[in-house]
Ligand binder design. Structure first.
Ligand code: FES
Ligand code: FES
Length: 161
């Protein structure tokens, strides 16, 4: 039987009716209309459904929505809210701008998950090595880019400016 689930998503309190066994990715997409998180494998293997939970990257297909209550959820729709202080309110997050500038997006299916995994990495390790960046993204699959442009985009943001 469906129950009310209260979530904090992108800084807003949201309530949604969902089955107790519903995965967070399904509740975000179908219940809240936040379709940026993609459902690829549904088994924790592709990273397309990555969101931030209290700042850590998680596969939202493996998290029960009920267990996400009381946690801070950030989806790609809210990534811009994590811009560094002082950035203009209408600007994308620096990682999003870098992905565009470096041609790191092709079909775009992996991009929300890639961006959020990268954001979690830079939060924990602001100046990662290339090897560290590749390791942080190893759970996020991309069929299009060959990964190189994605890594270049991330390192361009992490480089001291
Ligand atoms: Fe969640 Fe693939 S859909 S890891
Ligand atoms: Fe197509 Fe990554 S850009 S899967």
């Amino acid at each position: 039987m469906k129950q009310v689930i209260a979530l904090n998503v992108n800084g807003e309190s949201r309530e949604v009716l969902a089955e107790p066994f519903a995965a967070l990715v399904d509740v975000l997409r179908d219940g809240l209309g936040l379709t940026g998180a993609k459902k690829g494998c549904g088994k924790g293997n592709c990273g397309a459904c990555t969101v931030l939970m209290d700042g850590k990257a998680v596969n939202s297909c493996l998290v029960l929505a009920v267990d996400a209550q009381g946690r801070r959820i950030t989806t790609i729709e809210g990534l811009y809210l994590l811009r560094p202080p002082g950035e203009h309110a209408n600007r994308l997050h620096p990682l999003q701008r870098a992905f565009i500038q470096h041609g790191a997006v092709q079909c775009g299916f992996c991009s929300p998950g890639m961006l959020l995994a990268a954001a979690a990495l830079l939060e924990e390790n602001p100046i990662p090595t290339e090897a560290e960046a590749r390791a942080a993204l190893e759970g996020n699959l991309c069929r299009c880019t060959g990964y190189q442009k994605i890594i270049e985009a991330i390192l361009s943001v992490s480089a001291p400016r």
